[in-house]
Design a protein around this ligand. Structure first.
Ligand SMILES: [Zn+2]
Length: 113
């Protein structure tokens, strides 16, 4: 499953960061999930709960912030937030847009001990 490989990569990232900061364990993992990332939040949470055991994230709280798609229009230079999958500026209706946010999943922050 897609979510499983995402979580495994996420846990690896957490292990590395914990090592870097000489932390014993991680108590909170905060992520941002773009609504267009293709990640299913519920499945991601299940995967995290399954794989976190015996890792540095064992017992950690898992927080997911859902992120709408944010576009920057290269014509009218405005930013618009899209609640649906539409790569079109909502002000001038141009399609010369760049994605600012909402397409990826990111690790936002960690709390460690
Ligand atoms: Zn525009």
């Amino acid at each position: 499953m897609h979510e499983y490989s995402i979580v495994q990569a996420l846990l690896e990232q957490c292990e590395n960061l914990a090592k870097e900061h000489h932390a014993q364990k991680i108590t909170k993992v905060v992520t941002k999930i773009g609504k267009l990332s293709g990640v299913e939040p519920h499945l991601l949470e299940v995967a995290f709960e399954t794989f976190k055991e015996k890792t540095v994230c064992d017992g950690a709280e898992f927080v997911m912030n859902l992120q709408d798609l944010i576009l920057h229009c290269n014509d009218c230079k405005r930013e618009s937030e899209q609640h649906e999958i539409r790569y079109q500026c909502k002000y001038c209706h141009g399609t010369n847009v760049s994605v600012v946010d909402g397409e990826e999943m990111y690790l936002m922050s960690l709390e460690m001990e």
